[in-house]
Design a protein around this ligand. Structure first.
Ligand SMILES: Nc1nc2c(c(=O)[nH]1)N[C@H]1C(S)=C(S)[C@@H](COP(=O)(O)OP(=O)(O)OC[C@H]3O[C@@H](n4cnc5c(=O)[nH]c(N)nc54)[C@H](O)[C@@H]3O)O[C@H]1N2
Ligand SMILES: Nc1nc2c(c(=O)[nH]1)N[C@H]1C(S)=C(S)[C@@H](COP(=O)(O)OP(=O)(O)OC[C@H]3O[C@@H](n4cnc5c(=O)[nH]c(N)nc54)[C@H](O)[C@@H]3O)O[C@H]1N2
Ligand code: SF4
Ligand SMILES: [Mo]
Length: 740
């Protein structure tokens, strides 16, 4: 004590007191925001009220740590704007009528059926999310594919992970990120493309930072913005937006020309090296530098560092996926890792950092892009397997995937789709070109919105609103970025008369004929048992997505298990899943080899010009999550950035006479948006960056050209001009804007 007093130089100390919380029970859970997958325990008092929370110390992912969103997540349960009862109305300008669950679901089912009868089965669309529990996704898939029978069924993952999925499938024959966080501890070089880990995946970043503190290895960050990650990098490449494939082709040019490739790996495990050589021969660094804005020496330097490292890994997020070259960008990252032999080895991998907490769960089990367990609608054997298992006729399933979210909206515009059910997504704020989306939504004959909050912008267009339970008001699994399946225990009952999404899907199923011959279990644990059975490989099949050895209790005890985790492993008493895929170099393609895919660059972006001189970039900040329906309600989070703002370079601002805190109008060819200026060197003088968290803001400007393979929109590239606005008027406008 004496020593402490001397150290701090204070005689009378007045230590901070942590208020007594009287926790009588801790419930295990997983964070419901980003895909890092942090384990959280919720502390309940003897009245069953959540009074506190803490990061789980022995969880492999977060080792007791949480970011600001996780720390304050428990404040969600009673946050303002929560839906309390189901609501119905005939027209969107009528007042809402509170209704019972039975009447509301009857009405919704009737409407779905009548629209389908009149205009055909695909005239009713279902669009979901990456934020439900996996068992809920599985059940929704069963309902849509097995009962409702529309093929226009997708999720907001098309705005998010579709390019990564497409790239993995084109290469390895299946989706599924092959690496894990532990790779940071082995790698000798890391390249991060369009990924700002310290803000968007703070705990993955903490794992990376800790690994680099123990053993420094080069980190190369490719981002047009000087992000927080870029500030920690050894080399930052401020690339010209949308040109990553050029940089990658040029790096491969250097590697193949200088003989730095892993010839033995290429020979044994890949196909198509000759064509790739041919393609990249057109991308010598002298030519490439003019397109991608990175000088030729730097291109050579990073190519050599990467190829000469004993093991090297690439991570990427939206800077790659949200581009007209998203899927091609993923292919080229895979090309780079295959030709350098960096797949399936510790520290050598192509790891897409996923977005939403359960974006992986929907990819695996929701049947959006096929059938459960990564099965394909195009494969007759897969259709047969699932039809038998669910007890439906296999010809009830379509033989190919229907429209993606970004094609569903245009199909509403042209009148092919008349009704829609939105589950846990807020497209009015999150889709590109908001003006057009607004007009499209007005055309719907019937819109159902199922959301935790009643005041979500998209509800404005709804005819039925279904109030859903949130996070730990439910029980079930999530899969994180590194394929770890983790569990949320039911900590408290659903708020007011809201219901778990699982319950809502089950009740809706009862209203469709096919459900009479199908099983819809009452609890998520039984649904999980079904998924386990479906995850097993049949004779002669190769299946990595195998969860057959898992159980809720084991998942909780191990704080998450990575798939594949087969039941043979569980029976043998081994309690760890596989940290990596493709360690044997055998892929899920017909030949077992990975296909190298040639990617050429065509500049199809809306680039700045004399009239619209700035690049418009968009993304996220650490404190907010997406359209702020949740984080905007939590005062201690919202206070950091309650106002729509725009990052702008001080030199560009000075030229326009703009100061920090001034309001400015950004104008694109689609629309305009007013935001407050934040001066920062993070963006170049010819670029502005607006976080997409605010309604009536950046997505009024965005163009969202689509990637041809994944149909993912290019949210990060378009052109704008800026205009000073009347400051008093803008301040007034800002006051009336939706603030919590
Ligand atoms: N705090 C917080 N965390 C989140 C989320 C959130 O809303 N808030 N959302 C979650 C979800 S769903 C997702 S998808 C992830 C997203 O995570 P990130 O992708 O890391 O986040 P973004 O800010 O969207 O974009 C990352 C970077 O891409 C850069 N970029 C733009 N254009 C290009 C380009 O042409 N090339 C390259 N190389 N980079 C470019 C941008 O400058 C930006 O810094 O975050 C997840 N985590
Ligand atoms: N300009 C621009 N636009 C973008 C992006 C960008 O970088 N720039 N990023 C894109 C990306 S990567 C993504 S993922 C999308 C996200 O876009 P959205 O999915 O539209 O965004 P969210 O705000 O997460 O909407 C999810 C909704 O689900 C509700 N919800 C939460 N939990 C539950 C639950 O358990 N049950 C139910 N029923 N509802 C629940 C929330 O209240 C919220 O209203 O935005 C995309 N839009
Ligand atoms: S890093 Fe992601 S998963 Fe972890 S606490 Fe933060 S938001 Fe939640
Ligand atoms: Mo996302």
């Amino acid at each position: 004590r004496q020593t402490i007093r001397m150290l701090f130089g204070r005689k009378k100390r007045n230590p901070i007191k942590i208020p007594e919380k009287n926790v009588s029970e801790w419930k295990y859970s997983v964070c419901n925001y980003c895909s890092t997958g942090c384990s959280i325990e919720l502390g309940l008092d003897d009245q069953g009220k959540v009074v506190t929370s803490r990061g789980v110390a022995d969880a492999d992912v977060n080792r007791g740590k949480l970011c600001i969103k996780g720390i304050l997540e428990q404040e969600l349960f009673e946050s303002p704007g929560r839906g309390t009862v189901p609501l119905l109305r005939d027209n969107t300008d009528d007042a809402w009528q509170p209704s019972s669950w039975d009447d509301t679901l009857d009405r919704c089912a009737e409407k779905i059926k009548s629209i389908q009868q009149q205009y055909g089965p695909d005239s009713f669309a279902v669009v979901s999310t990456g934020q439900l529990l996996t068992e809920e996704f599985y059940t929704l898939g069963k309902l849509v594919r097995g009962c409702i029978g529309t093929n226009n069924y997708d999720g907001n993952t098309t705005l998010c992970m579709a390019s990564a999925v497409s790239g993995y499938k084109r290469f390895f024959g299946s989706d599924g990120p092959p690496g894990c966080y532990e790779d940071f501890e082995h790698t000798e070089c890391l390249m991060a493309f369009g990924s700002n880990l310290p803000e968007q995946h703070p705990i993955i970043y903490w794992r990376l930072k800790e690994a680099r503190e123990k053993r420094h290895f080069p980190m190369i960050v490719i981002d047009p913005r000087v992000t927080m990650l870029a500030q920690w990098a050894d080399i930052h490449l401020p690339i010209t937006p949308g040109t990553d494939v050029v940089l990658l082709n040029s790096m491969m040019y250097v590697i193949l020309n200088e003989g730095l490739e892993d010839a033995a790996y290429i020979e044994a495990h890949t196909e198509g090296i000759e064509a790739l050589r041919e393609t990249v021969s057109g991308y010598d660094p002298k030519t490439a530098q003019k397109i991608c804005g990175i000088d030729e020496d730097t291109i050579r330097n990073v190519a050599r560092i990467y190829a000469k490292a004993g093991s090297a890994m690439s991570i990427w997020t939206m800077g790659i996926n949200q581009s007209t070259h998203g899927s091609d960008g993923v292919c080229n990252i895979n090309n780079l890792n295959l030709i350098t032999g960096n797949i399936g080895k510790p520290g050598g991998t192509s790891l897409s950092i996923t977005g939403q907490c359960n974006a992986m769960g929907t990819r695996e089990w929701s049947s959006c892009s096929g059938l459960p367990g990564y099965r394909l609608l195009e494969n007759p054997k897969h259709r047969e397997q699932v039809a038998d298992f669910w007890n439906v006729d296999s010809d009830f399933f379509p033989e190919k995937v229907g429209l993606k979210q970004t094609d569903i909206f245009p199909a509403i515009e042209t009148g092919q789709i008349k009704g829609m059910w939105l589950v846990a997504t807020n497209p009015l704020t999150s889709m590109a070109n908001q003006g057009r989306i607004r007009k499209i939504m007005e055309k719907l004959d019937f819109l159902i919105v199922q959301d935790v909050y009643q005041d979500v912008e998209t509800v404005e267009f709804a005819h039925a609103y279904l109030p859903a339970a949130v996070w730990a008001e439910k029980q079930g699994c999530h899969t994180n970025t590194e394929r770890r399946v983790n569990l949320t225990r039911n900590a408290l009952p659903a708020y007011a008369d809201s219901k778990p999404d699982f319950w809502i899907f089950n009740q809706m199923a009862k209203r469709f004929e096919n459900s009479k011959r199908m099983q819809f279990p009452d609890d998520t644990e039984s649904a999980f048992e079904e998924m386990k059975q479906l995850s097993k490989a049949e004779e002669g099949e190769r299946r990595t997505l195998d969860i057959s050895g898992m159980s809720y209790d084991l998942i909780e005890a191990k704080r998450g298990i990575q798939w594949p985790y087969r039941d043979e492993k569980a029976s043998a008493g081994e309690d760890k899943g596989e940290p990596r895929l493709y360690t044997d170099g055998v892929f899920q393609t017909p030949t077992g080899k990975a296909k190298l895919i040639c990617v050429n660059f065509v500049n199809n972006n809306e680039c700045p010009d004399d009239e619209y001189p700035f690049w418009m970039n968009s993304g996220r900040v650490v404190e907010h999550f997406h359209t702020r329906t949740r984080t905007g309600k939590i005062g201690n989070i919202n206070k950091f950035s309650p106002t729509p703002y725009m990052e702008m370079n001080p030199d560009a601002a000075a030229k326009m006479g703009l100061k920090a805190g001034d309001y400015v109008r950004a104008i694109s060819r689609r629309g305009d948006a007013v935001a407050m200026v934040q001066l920062t060197q993070r963006v170049a003088p010819n670029m502005v960056f607006i976080p997409f968290h605010y309604h009536d803001c950046v997505n009024r400007l965005t163009l969202g050209l689509l990637d041809p393979y994944s149909r993912q929109p290019a949210f990060k590239q378009c052109a704008v001009k800026l205009e000073r606005v009347d400051q008093a008027e803008a301040a007034e406008l800002n006051k009336v804007r939706r603030q919590f």
